[in-house]
Design a protein around this ligand. Structure first.
Ligand SMILES: [Zn+2]
Ligand SMILES: [Zn+2]
Length: 476
């Protein structure tokens, strides 16, 4: 596993720990390894057989043939290596009254009682299994409590970064000498931190995915970072006014720098309003958040209204200090602030997975479009010709107006239906339902022949779009 990734296999309940020992056969009051003491004598005899697979530490040759914990010889070996009490409890595989440091201390005391010489043995200061990391648990818990105290914290996830060489060394020693089923360093450390935090903060819950707060601990620097995860709100918006972009649009002159410029009157924005901010700002304030992202199910041009049931969206509220609020109340605040501009409805809490659903949904859309005809033919001819476009498949080359940001290509889009064709002097209006991704303005004016067939084409006269409204997005 990538050490930067949050630990995925953490478990908290103590029963779990006992279960591990139980599966390994050590839950019984009687220690099945106790009768292996004679091995010690054999070892002494076999010492000359060593073929170099041993190493020097603290001037002492280690014996790789010593049995693993929880055999008394295994525990003695771990003590000689300089294992700290916390790790001794973790790898010893012995049942103790208490856990953690205290549990390890009692395993050590038992070992000393068995072998007086062990007590006088001079072990290295630094535990080879954790480099005394467990001594920092209280310190880290303190930092976590400090940094999360003011935050809304329904659920927490702990991610621990341990230096790779320590992980490898710990794994090597544990694999050879620890009791089967011993917790690896990262999991055990993370567990110790969680236990410490639980004791200090009420109602805190630790999870393995989708936390409210992600706690990242760097074991090398002891740095603690708290990543406040965003909250997501689903809804639908209606855009009642033309001239409002869907997302915040930075000022062209100053490129949206924070202090703005003369052209944007210090706002940093090209347009003072956006659907994103009209909805997002009230939420940002209520949730004491830093910023928002806006994810719409497609988008309409700035000069296009969006009516009917409105367009589905997901608002992402970033780094919120508060995670829950009354959605109805905020909805009313948004709607009264933005009267005549936008209107929202159908709000509910959601999660990140709905962002991709919203982005990937290819919904058919219904529009009303109004345009002028330069040389209008007979009214009945106009109505007939436009109605005949119902059901056709359009060949659309990427429109010139978007060609600076989209690849030039041809695509086919179906006109599902056309009705309500209305003629008033040289102005015509009709309703059209079409496939997702149809360029509707181009269906009318043909974009100099880049869309075929088109209204301008069948009327054999240039047409100019006056306005366009989205009437419905056929989704959700
Ligand atoms: Zn240790
Ligand atoms: Zn500006």
């Amino acid at each position: 596993m990538n050490p930067d990734e949050p630990e995925a296999d953490e478990t908290t309940p103590e029963e779990e720990e006992w279960q591990l020992y139980a599966t390994a056969g050590y839950a019984a009051a009687e220690d099945p390894w106790d009768d292996l003491v004679e091995v010690e004598d054999d070892e002494d005899e076999e010492e000359e057989w060593f073929d170099g697979d041993d190493f020097e530490t603290n001037g002492q040759t280690l014996d790789w043939d010593s049995p693993p914990c929880p055999a008394p010889l295994g525990i003695a070996h771990m003590i000689r290596l300089g294992t700290c009490n916390h790790c001794l409890h973790r790898v010893g595989g012995r049942r103790t009254e208490e856990i953690g440091e205290k549990g390890g201390a009692s395993i050590r005391a038992e070992a000393f009682a068995r072998d007086k010489e062990l007590e006088s043995y001079e072990a290295p200061d630094l535990c080879p299994l954790c480099e005394n990391l467990f001594e920092d648990v209280d310190n880290i818990v303190e930092r976590i409590v400090e940094q999360t105290g003011e935050l809304d914290h329904g659920s927490l996830q702990v991610g621990v970064h341990v230096p790779k060489d320590l992980i490898q060394e710990e794994d090597r020693i544990r694999t050879r000498h620890a009791a089967p089923g011993s917790r690896p360093l990262k999991a055990a450390f993370s567990e110790a931190v969680q236990t410490g935090v639980s004791a200090r903060m009420e109602g805190v819950e630790f999870v393995k995915e989708r936390p409210d707060l992600m706690i990242l601990i760097d074991c090398l620097t002891l740095r603690v970072d708290v990543d406040i995860r965003p909250v997501f709100i689903y809804g639908r918006y209606r855009k009642l006014d033309r001239g409002i972009p869907q997302t915040r649009w930075p000022c062209r002159a100053c490129r949206g720098r924070a202090e703005g410029c003369e052209a944007c009157e210090g706002t940093g924005l090209q347009y003072p309003d956006s659907v994103q901010d009209l909805i997002g700002e009230p939420f940002r304030l209520v949730l004491s958040a830093e910023d928002t992202s806006f994810h719409g199910m497609g988008r309409e041009d700035i000069d296009v209204r969006c009516l009917g049931r409105g367009r589905p969206f997901v608002l992402e509220v970033k780094r919120p200090k508060v995670r829950r609020t009354d959605l109805e109340e905020v909805m009313e605040a948004v709607n009264s602030n933005a009267t005549g501009k936008i209107e929202i409805s159908d709000l509910r809490w959601t999660n990140r997975s709905e962002v991709s659903r919203i982005k990937e949904t290819r919904a058919e859309k219904s529009y009303t479009i109004r345009f002028s005809v330069e040389q209008p033919p007979e009214e009945s001819f106009i109505v007939d010709s436009i109605t005949k476009l119902s059901g056709v498949t359009l060949e659309q080359q990427t429109p010139k107006r978007v060609s600076h940001r989209r690849a030039d290509k041809n695509r086919k889009r179906k006109v599902v239906s056309i009705d309500n064709v209305l003629v008033e002097d040289n102005e015509v209006q009709f309703s059209v339902r079409c496939e997702a991704g149809t360029y509707v303005k181009e269906l009318v004016h043909s974009d100099e022949g880049r869309t075929v067939p088109s209204v301008a084409g069948v009327l054999e006269s240039p047409c100019e779009v006056i306005w366009l409204d989205v009437e419905d997005i056929h989704a959700d």
